[in-house]
Design a protein around this ligand. Structure first.
Ligand code: CO
Length: 133
């Protein structure tokens, strides 16, 4: 069911400084930048093989990533797994008794469709299912 790691989402208060850190550390350039209003974030993606590093800046304090930063500080926010059929994956998780935050998948960045699984259902890790366009 899990085709690949799609991305590792990293929360940061200073997006430009973090972009610069990744550029310098790994000698790579960002491949995508997008503001996703519905998720309250601006994101920058770097490619890592078939996956991405996703740097996230909250659009305000009263957003999921804004609240995460206030509570936990900067660092890994979530792991996105690529799936072939997101609706089938959601059904499977629900049948297994795991709490899905988005029973109805919603638009992500890059034209993807996404759904989050509650971290309490996944050992403290916020998991995102990602179906490519
Ligand atoms: Co994500």
């Amino acid at each position: 069911m899990l085709d690949d790691v799609d991305h590792v989402g990293i929360a940061t208060t200073d997006l430009e400084a973090e972009v610069e850190r990744y550029r310098r550390a790994f000698d790579i350039e960002p491949v995508h930048r997008e503001t996703v209003e519905s998720q309250g974030v601006e994101e920058v993606l770097f490619r890592a093989g078939t996956s991405y590093v996703q740097l996230l800046r909250p659009l305000g304090p009263d957003t999921p990533v804004g609240r995460f930063l206030a509570r936990r500080g900067e660092g890994v926010h979530h792991v996105g797994y690529r799936v072939g059929d997101i609706r089938a994956a959601i059904k499977h998780l629900e049948r297994a008794g795991l709490r899905v935050i988005d029973p109805e998948p919603r638009p992500g960045s890059r034209g993807t469709t996404v759904a989050f699984v509650h971290p309490k259902a996944m050992g403290g890790v916020l998991v995102e299912l990602v179906q490519e366009a």
